[in-house]
Design a protein around this ligand. Structure first.
Ligand code: 1HN
Length: 356
């Protein structure tokens, strides 16, 4: 490939040093015994001219994965499994329990009458509710009943348990920063003594306190949002208003972010989420950014073109666009798309870049 700065052709290998001569090979062999290695053989790969992800774009159709996760319900209980989840594995990263290099994603099933026992961990989690109504998650003593389209956060080290007192199976998307936390070898976890937390706050308490533009006196900024559940019933009217007034970004549509009301920043320090309404017939312009993103179609249908491939999606389908891959969305009817990525972590480290 021709270098944009020098105009010179770089060798196809990752070596900057040309051929490995027999003398060099013998030398590498000798220094290898001391756990030493020559940088010049790997330099190109370590500092590529632009992001070079091993991840590939991928799509999971809800109709198919729903059948499979319901089948898991006949094989193992939520209690036995601790969390009954099918992991969305990036097809190019099988066996690594990740959908991008930094994020884990999965589809969780909780059947009527089941509970998923209380625990906590240093990984942060979000839930995005896909199917069913009436199961709850209890986070830090607040039990929140979940409905389709709700966005629920479980912050770093927050105790959480789930239960389904309704009559229908409930399925949601889990996204966690597990690969990021494990990258830093900073993972802790523990089970709580009791399987279920006692309710110390009413359902909806955190949204009522922090979600309407006023803030209680004396509240201090926190890295993560104090809101446990951002209900879809509250979010959708905002999207409708933006769309109706023409506040439609040419790449992303009428988009909002789930904000931490104490700082205006993202909902968690490692994961940031958006939700967008794409007007009927929307044809998005090409876009790329360094944060690989997971998308969920909430309503409507459409397609996303990504580097010569087209992913066609409908309600509850989940797809992933890796870092720095150019993509563009197209919507048929009016469409709602949820998305989440590691953008806050990249921004905090000064790494995040985008290209319109
Ligand atoms: C977890 O705690 C949940 O609480 C779901 O629902 C998925 C995947 C990895 C590690 C912890 C949950 C998880 C998880």
């Amino acid at each position: 490939m021709e270098s944009p700065t020098t105009g010179l052709m770089s060798p196809p290998s990752e070596s900057v040093a040309g051929a490995v001569t027999p003398e060099r090979a013998a030398y590498y062999e000798r220094i290898g015994k001391q756990n030493l290695a020559p940088l010049w053989e790997v330099l190109r790969g370590l500092v590529p001219p632009e992001p070079k992800t091993p991840c590939v774009p991928a799509l999971w159709r809800f109709a198919e994965v729903k059948k499979m996760v319901l089948e898991a319900g006949t094989l193992i209980t939520a209690k036995e499994a601790e969390r009954r989840v099918l992991v969305f594995e990036n097809p190019a990263l099988r066996g690594k329990s990740r959908i991008t290099q930094s994020l884990y994603a999965g589809l969780q099933l909780i059947l009527p009458g089941e509970i998923a026992p209380a625990h906590r961990h240093t990984a942060s989690a979000i839930r995005f509710v896909l199917d069913g109504e009436g199961a709850y998650t209890a986070v830090e003593g607040e039990k929140t009943v979940m409905r389709r389209g709700d966005f629920v956060i479980t912050a770093n080290w927050a105790p959480h348990d789930h239960g389904n007192p309704s009559k229908q199976p409930m399925i949601w998307l889990d996204v966690l920063d597990v690969p990021t936390v494990n990258f830093f070898d900073a993972a802790f976890s523990e089970h709580l003594e009791s399987e279920m937390q006692s309710n110390t706050r009413e359902s909806g308490d955190s949204y009522a306190r922090y979600g309407s533009g006023v803030l209680p006196d004396g509240v201090k900024p926190m890295l993560r949002s104090p809101i446990i559940n951002y209900p879809y019933t509250q979010v959708k009217p905002v999207l409708e208003r933006l769309e109706a007034s023409g506040d439609v970004d040419p790449h992303h549509g009428a988009r909002v972010r789930y904000a931490n009301p104490l700082t205006g920043g993202w909902a968690t320090p490692t994961m940031g989420a958006n939700i967008a309404m794409l007007p009927k017939g929307f044809r998005g312009k090409d876009y790329r950014s360094t944060d690989g993103a997971i998308f969920v179609c909430v309503e409507g249908e459409g397609s996303t073109r990504v580097e010569g491939e087209t992913l066609e999606w409908g309600p509850n389908d989940v797809f992933v666009i890796p870092s720095w891959k150019r993509y563009a969305h197209a919507a048929k009817g009016r469409t709602v798309l949820f998305s989440i990525s590691d953008r806050p972590a990249q921004e905090a480290l000064g790494l995040w870049r985008e290209q319109n």
